[in-house]
Design a protein around this ligand. Structure first.
Ligand SMILES: C[S@@+](CC[C@H](N)C(=O)[O-])C[C@H]1O[C@@H](n2cnc3c(N)ncnc32)[C@H](O)[C@@H]1O
Length: 274
């Protein structure tokens, strides 16, 4: 079993992925990237050389590899206080000037965040006024997001979060139990467009009134976070909102001064100048 990987080998892997498959992990935070690589090697019973060979020879391997490499942990109504602020302050603020608006979930993982947003919007009676774009680098996880079926075990955590969010009903109002799974009501995704999108390589994605990129940039190094925040700045309408994860920060980003802090604890920012 491989106990460690040195920087030289990590570089060989990231260079090959970049060259052969066009994904750029060279500016991901080294410690978590290394942990994930070690896990991939261990679970697959691979050496560095056999991994490099698979990445070179087996075309279909890359999708599974990306799914293992990226951290997809997510929950509905994760950090319930954040969702309460959206309902009570942020969204009413957007509605003052826009009857219809657009939200981008960048790094949406298996879709729980998107469903939380639509449950919130539905309870506010404005779901049909909002168009949602939900993107991720990982094709496998996007398929799970489109399917919107979750284990009942995960629904217990989701329900606890929903109760702390103080939703209008119960989460059970939004799904049916089928074959031991929670199948979310399809209508909840009627205003959502799921697309594969790479935050590192892609340029502008559109113009939005709110971008959620929570618990994604935490896996990037500071230089890459800086670049991605610049892209979000371009992709936000003036006075649009950017939400990052509660444990994340953008104080070192060049464009931080073009935003004001709306909520420090929940890391919500508002673009105030171009
Ligand atoms: C931990 S999940 C966050 C999910 C959700 N936003 C939340 O806070 O619960 C991080 C997601 O970011 C995605 N991701 C990582 N690198 C990315 C990139 N370069 N472009 C787009 N998505 C990326 C991963 O595939 C993963 O699904």
């Amino acid at each position: 079993m491989i106990q460690d990987i040195d920087i030289k080998d990590l570089k060989r892997i990231t260079e090959l992925i970049h060259l052969k498959h066009g994904y750029d992990f060279r500016n991901y935070a080294m410690s978590s990237f290394k942990r994930r690589m070690l896990r991939i090697l261990e679970v697959g019973g691979l050496t560095i050389d056999s991994l490099l060979e698979k990445l070179t020879e087996e075309k279909v391997f890359i999708d599974d590899f990306l799914d293992e490499l990226t951290v997809n942990v997510t929950e509905m109504f994760r950090d319930p206080g954040f969702w309460r602020i959206l309902r009570e302050e942020i969204i009413p603020g957007i509605l003052l000037n826009n009857k219809q608006f657009k939200i981008w979930h960048a790094g949406c993982s298996s879709g729980e965040e998107v469903l939380s947003m639509n449950i919130l919007l539905k309870e506010m009676g404005i779901k049909d006024q909002v168009k949602i774009y939900a993107t991720d680098l990982d094709q496998t996880i996007l398929e799970k997001a489109r399917a919107a079926n979750y284990s009942l075990k995960n629904m217990e955590t989701n329900e606890k979060n929903y109760i702390r969010f103080q939703g209008k009903g119960t989460l059970k109002d939004y799904y049916t139990e089928v074959g031991g799974k929670a199948v979310m009501n399809k209508e909840l995704l009627s205003n959502v467009s799921f697309q594969k999108h790479d935050l590192v390589l892609s340029s502008s994605f559109g113009k939005f009134d709110m971008i959620l990129c929570r618990n994604v940039m935490i896996y990037f190094n500071q230089a890459l976070q800086n670049e991605v925040v610049k892209k979000f700045h371009t992709d936000l309408n003036k006075y649009g909102y950017l939400a990052i994860g509660a444990k994340e920060s953008m104080i070192w980003c060049d464009y931080a001064s073009r935003f004001i802090v709306v909520n420090q604890e929940e890391k919500v920012y508002k673009k105030i100048r171009d």
